[in-house]
Design a protein around this ligand. Structure first.
Ligand SMILES: *Cc1c(COP(=O)(O)O)cnc(C)c1O
Length: 229
């Protein structure tokens, strides 16, 4: 029996401790509960524990669950195919995984039709692993610029990364640092419709290090719900 409420309290406490240590405000860190493979009853438990930001990585699964869960903000954290954009564009709170201009243009087209601004993050591959999605760090500025110059309905709110899975979370720190430095660099430009506010980084294994390095959003699955089947 996984104690979801207790797990959430533990995570919140750890985040508070890290913030205290690093002079950050804990309110500047949002926990997104990543609920892939987790059934609706358990997601409702996490909502009852005070988490209103829910992340899914598959469009179909998200749409199914959304029918049964109200009053939460839905985050899309997985790889997004252009042909699926239309299914989420009217309600999604934040798309974490924009990694091509083509995808941004599809979001733009769909968002324009319904006159809704869609907030996105740019996914950056900070680990260099070929299995990971995301733009290369050195391509990030260019993608942000392209979106800013060509889109009116896609607003860039920051960056996201899925770091390498390493047993020692200390080893992941350089990847989080890369993301933060990129954000700081891009912030110096005054791009239209770009506000480099968010760093979505840190998962169950490494969220404390991520918060130390400036994460404003941590995406947590296993540490809340237990191991996935
Ligand atoms: C599954 C997933 C997470 C959560 O991973 P845990 O290790 O279970 O916390 C975070 N981000 C993305 C993009 C994911 O797919």
């Amino acid at each position: 029996m996984v104690m979801i409420f207790d797990n959430v309290q533990k995570i919140k406490q750890k985040i508070r401790e890290v913030c205290l240590k690093t002079g950050r405000n804990p309110e500047d860190v949002t926990i997104v509960a990543v609920t892939k493979t987790v059934p609706v009853e358990r997601i409702i438990e996490v909502v009852n524990a005070g988490i209103y930001d829910i992340g899914e990585n598959k469009v179909q699964e998200l749409l199914e669950k959304r029918k049964s869960i109200d009053n939460v903000r839905w985050h899309f954290v997985g790889h997004l195919q252009t042909n699926k954009v239309k299914y989420i564009v009217d309600f999604v709170h934040l798309i974490h995984s924009v990694d091509s201009f083509k995808l941004a243009l599809e979001i733009e087209k769909r968002a324009r039709r319904i006159n809704r601004v869609v907030d996105v993050l740019i996914e950056v591959n900070t680990s260099g692993e070929r299995t990971k999605y995301g733009v290369k760090p050195e391509e990030t500025l260019n993608l942000v610029r392209q979106i800013s110059e060509n889109c009116e309905y896609v607003w860039v709110k920051g960056l996201m990364t899925v770091a390498a899975y390493l047993p020692n979370p200390e080893d992941v720190r350089p990847m989080f640092r890369t993301l933060r430095e990129l954000r700081d660099e891009i912030s110096k430009f005054n791009f239209r419709n770009v506000e480099m506010r968010h760093l979505s980084m840190g998962m169950s294994n490494d969220y404390e290090v991520a918060v130390e390095e400036g994460a404003t959003i941590v995406r947590i699955g296993t540490a809340i719900f237990g191991p996935r089947k």
